[in-house]
Design a protein around this ligand. Structure first.
Ligand code: F6R
Length: 248
């Protein structure tokens, strides 16, 4: 494993269930230590089980989310919050409906609305007004994207509208009945918004993520692998299962 000059802490666990338990433990500890925690949250298949574990911890009376504020990373452009593939829907289904988080403390970029610059600026202002993100949970795309900050010649710092790459559209088409239905654009927090979080927890599971994880930690920071920027953050934990860590 190349741990050279890394500031990133790497934890490798056996499999996905273990990863989910461990991730839920880290998020729960954060909320227990600071009841008014501001969480940055991700969607996708990777954190699904973590949300289930957190809901279970809440049911058991072990974590109270009543003072927690959340900001989601991203939302597809063009899907209304009731659309089953929207990230608004996902978050209700997997997490918010199962814990005592206050609706007014939940923030997800709106998928609809014409005035994109204002939508993006408002989101940044809301994060700032909440005092910034204490713990940002991230997944990672097979192409190394985080949020929907896609590989390219440049990366944007703040919340913005993004064109999804063909690779991401293909990867996400598994959630839609046909690839044609996958939205082509999304609103995502930018790299700067993500990097400002006080702590970052990135989760990766499965073989398909192993190359992206290798490149994330490759010692080079490049817009071709947005996650490689995490090497510049001082408090990152990479929580991987054996398959995702296979190329380290
Ligand atoms: C989702 C998000 C994306 C996903 C990534 C991995 O809010 O920001 O960056 O984390 O596409 O998705 P899964 O976990 O489905 O492999």
């Amino acid at each position: 494993m190349n741990e050279g000059a890394l500031t990133v802490r790497i934890h490798v666990v056996e499999n996905y269930p273990e990863l989910s338990l461990r991730a839920a433990g880290i998020v729960a500890s954060q909320v227990i230590l600071k009841e008014d925690t501001v969480l940055g949250l991700a969607t996708g298949s990777t954190p699904e089980e973590m949300y289930r574990e957190l809901a279970q911890l809440h049911r058991e009376g072990k974590v109270d989310f009543s003072r927690v504020t959340t900001f989601n990373l991203d939302e597809y452009r063009g899907l209304d919050p009731g659309h089953p593939q929207s990230y608004h829907y996902y978050m209700r289904q997997h997490f918010f409906d199962h814990v005592n988080i206050k609706p007014e403390n939940i923030h997800i970029p709106p998928g609809q609305g014409a005035d994109i610059p204002t939508i993006c600026q408002d989101y940044e202002q809301q994060i700032a007004a909440a005092g910034g993100i204490d713990l940002q949970v991230l997944g990672i795309g097979v192409n190394g994207h985080i949020g929907f900050n896609e590989p390219g010649s440049h990366l944007q710092t703040e919340t913005h509208l993004v064109d999804l790459t063909a690779e991401t559209i293909k990867a996400n088409s598994r959630f839609f009945s046909t690839p044609k239905e996958v939205p082509r654009q999304a609103i995502t927090m930018g790299m700067g918004s993500i990097m400002q979080a006080r702590r970052i927890l990135l989760l990766a599971s499965g073989k398909s993520k192993s190359a992206a994880i290798r490149d994330t930690l490759g010692g080079r920071v490049t817009t071709a692998v947005p996650a490689s920027f995490l090497q510049l953050h001082r408090r990152v934990i990479l929580l991987l299962d054996r398959e995702a860590a296979a190329l380290l």
